[in-house]
Design a protein around this ligand. Structure first.
Ligand SMILES: *Cc1c(COP(=O)(O)O)cnc(C)c1O
Length: 358
């Protein structure tokens, strides 16, 4: 069977050339006589892999020198607890903007460790937009946002200006989709399986001055200071996932970096949104100002019709278009690895489907 057009929200498709390189190197990495899966994480050959993954990510995102890059496990969900345990350390309070299900989960987890103020929410309109927030609690230890809302297909069209209060962002589904100014953030974290590589790896980018003062009873594996001091190798890191993410970083650098990637992503998203805006059968659910480049959510307005469409699309080779179980409808996740052609073909199919089902 040929490879399908895979619109999964995560784990999601990877660039074919990355998979082919990984396949070629599967049983004998770079003359080492072994697979990356089989090597000691303390060996020089593996150290070179993790070092180049880090330096390539720094180059791609233009990460300033006063930030640490950590390669951890546990997914973004584990960071929901790690963030308060590392940073709710002065006043025991933090501000959270709730713009979807993941930011709600992040806030709920943080409540176990201190005072959480949900300073804004877009629940009133089922998270179809991102709240604009300009004022923050002066005594908040940090402000937490979810930059791109994977389930509802919305993205921030601004970076909150939090002044001296560190801004912490869950960027799982938005990282590497376009250039972002890392210096505006205290902490950025992201599960790899959306736009970076296989699951099992979580990347944390943290400003150095925020380290060194975690909560007293913090579990060692969640302690970013310990992880930073040990080069993400306090214990065995997710070696193979780091290796594949490193291949993805190289692919992004070779194809023009994030400026070029943004152009391609805007082009892909526009192809889909333009069609949705002109369609009589489908409509996009997110407000225009906050439409995600990465997750495009749409509906027919009838659950049975949505189901019929997903099943027809799947038969035609466009898979994983079903919306998240909590919202229904459809979602096309078009991360970096989805080629323009995949979106063009999907729209062709949808136009045809619309004609036949008018
Ligand atoms: C997928 C996702 C998560 C959950 O990630 P896990 O790695 O499964 O814990 C959290 N936040 C966002 C924005 C996501 O897209």
């Amino acid at each position: 069977m040929e490879r399908v057009y895979n619109f999964s929200a995560g784990p999601s498709m990877l660039p074919l050339s990355v998979l082919e390189t990984a396949a070629k190197e599967m049983t004998n990495y770079n003359g080492s006589g072994m697979s990356v899966m089989e090597m000691s994480h303390r060996s020089p050959v593996y150290q070179a892999i993790i070092d180049s993954a880090e330096s390539d990510l720094r180059k791609l995102m233009n990460i300033p020198d006063n930030y640490k890059v950590l390669f951890l496990q546990g997914g973004a969900t584990q960071q929901f607890a790690a963030i308060p345990l590392n940073f709710m350390n002065k006043n025991g309070k933090a501000d959270y903007i709730v713009s979807g299900q993941f930011s709600k989960k992040a806030a709920d987890e943080a409540m176990k460790f201190g005072e959480v103020n949900v300073i804004a929410s877009s629940k009133d309109r089922n998270f179809c937009y991102v709240p604009k927030v300009e004022e923050f609690s002066p005594d908040a230890d940090y402000v937490h946002i979810c930059y791109n809302n994977t389930i509802f297909g919305t993205v921030y069209d601004y970076i909150p200006e939090t002044g001296d209060i560190p801004l912490v962002a869950d960027m799982s589904s938005g990282i590497l989709s376009r250039p972002i100014d890392v210096s505006k953030f205290g902490v950025i974290y992201a599960g790899a399986q959306k736009n970076m590589g296989p699951s099992g790896l979580t990347v944390v980018i943290v400003r150095e001055d925020l380290l060194g003062n975690p909560r007293e009873n913090i579990p060692v594996m969640l302690n970013y200071t310990v992880q930073a001091e040990n080069g993400s190798m306090y214990n065995t890191p997710p070696c193979y996932s780091i290796y594949v993410a490193g291949l993805v970083f190289k692919w992004l650098l070779e194809t023009g970096g994030l400026e070029e990637r943004e152009k391609i992503n805007v082009k892909k998203a526009n192809i889909l949104y333009d069609y949705l805006d002109s369609s009589a059968l489908f409509s996009a659910t997110a407000d225009k100002a906050n439409r995600s480049l990465m997750n495009v959510c749409f509906v027919t307005g009838d659950a049975d019709k949505d189901k019929a469409f997903c099943s027809a699309a799947s038969k035609a080779g466009f898979v994983n278009l079903k919306g998240h179980r909590s919202v229904g409808g459809m979602r096309a996740s078009i991360y970096n690895a989805m080629p323009v052609e995949g979106v063009e073909k999907l729209v062709e199919f949808m136009k045809e489907y619309e004609k036949e089902n008018a």
